[in-house]
Design a protein around this ligand. Structure first.
Ligand code: IPE
Ligand code: IPE
Ligand code: MG
Length: 253
């Protein structure tokens, strides 16, 4: 076990970690390669971090792999990313099964090329009964798309009399989100030195601890993850209360 891993308090792990995997393009350009080279190496980091989370016993890991806005990138990059996705799924599904990891996808799947969606669907079905880490890939995902979809579906259910507008509360909205089966992330990590959320889980991150690092995604490894978790564990999560209240009854938080 590494020195950093030993410093993690296993009784106070976040249940759900969300990561904006950023910096592949800059990493590749810095090495004199094209952007796809960076995405290709980013897969190595995904593998390492998924393994690290599974070893620690993290229950949910959400990875922002492709945003709705990323469809506007040059066609060659989008096509390259889609074929990398298909290759990676083919290679990794046996590894996921071996490690009892269940794959989930959140995002606007209707925008994915049909053959990509088909491979994804197969992977979801093949890992369906796994009970360890839940690996949630945000693909063709954006929070505004998710919220608009939720509002539309709520409106339809109000119209058909299934729900009463007066009774809509946080629980109702939560059930209409793509993350309805997952708890909110307690820790959100973004690599590459950018300090923004870029349309990622805007509602679900309401009380998440945000952790930013300059490390570019292709260089991000387990030890970086451990550093983020240790940083998280040293913070006081107050949820609107005072520090004194939190210290007096920490079990409530
Ligand atoms: C993140 O890396 C991966 C995707 C968005 C698909 P980028 O491709 O955004 O890399 P930079 O930010 O341009 O360096
Ligand atoms: C966010 O990264 C999306 C993913 C990591 C998949 P971007 O690189 O697309 O975000 P911006 O454009 O810097 O905000
Ligand atoms: Mg980027």
């Amino acid at each position: 076990m590494s020195f950093l891993e030993q410093q993690i308090n296993k009784n106070r792990l976040p249940k759900h970690i969300a990561i904006i995997m950023d910096g592949n393009g800059r990493w590749a350009e810095g090495q004199g390669h094209d952007r796809l080279y960076g995405h290709f190496h980013g897969v190595e980091s995904v593998r390492n971090i998924v393994e690290g989370c599974a070893e620690l016993g993290i229950q949910y890991l959400t990875l922002y792999a492709f945003s709705t806005e990323n469809w506007d990138r040059p066609e060659s990059e989008v096509t390259g990313l889609m074929s990398l996705l298909v290759d990676t799924i083919h290679k990794e599904v046996p590894v996921l099964n071996k490690n009892n990891i269940r794959l989930h996808v959140i995002g606007n799947r209707a925008m994915l090329p049909p053959q990509v969606d088909k491979v994804l669907q197969e992977a979801l079905e093949m890992t369906h009964t796994n009970t360890g880490l839940n690996l949630i890939m945000a693909l063709s995902y954006s929070s505004r798309w998710e919220l608009i979809t939720a509002v539309k579906n709520i409106a339809l259910d109000v119209k058909s009399g299934k729900i009463n507008p007066a009774e809509i509360n946080q629980n109702t909205l939560q059930q209409y989100l793509t993350t309805s089966n997952f708890p909110d992330p307690e820790l959100m990590i973004r690599t590459s030195g950018e300090h923004r959320i870029s349309n990622f889980l805007l509602y679900q991150l309401a009380y998440a601890e945000l952790y930013f690092t300059n490390t570019l995604w292709p260089e991000f490894r387990k030890n970086h993850l451990y550093e983020a978790i240790i940083d998280y564990q040293n913070r006081e999560r107050r949820f609107g209360k005072t520090g004194k209240q939190v210290k007096e009854s920490p079990e409530k938080h």
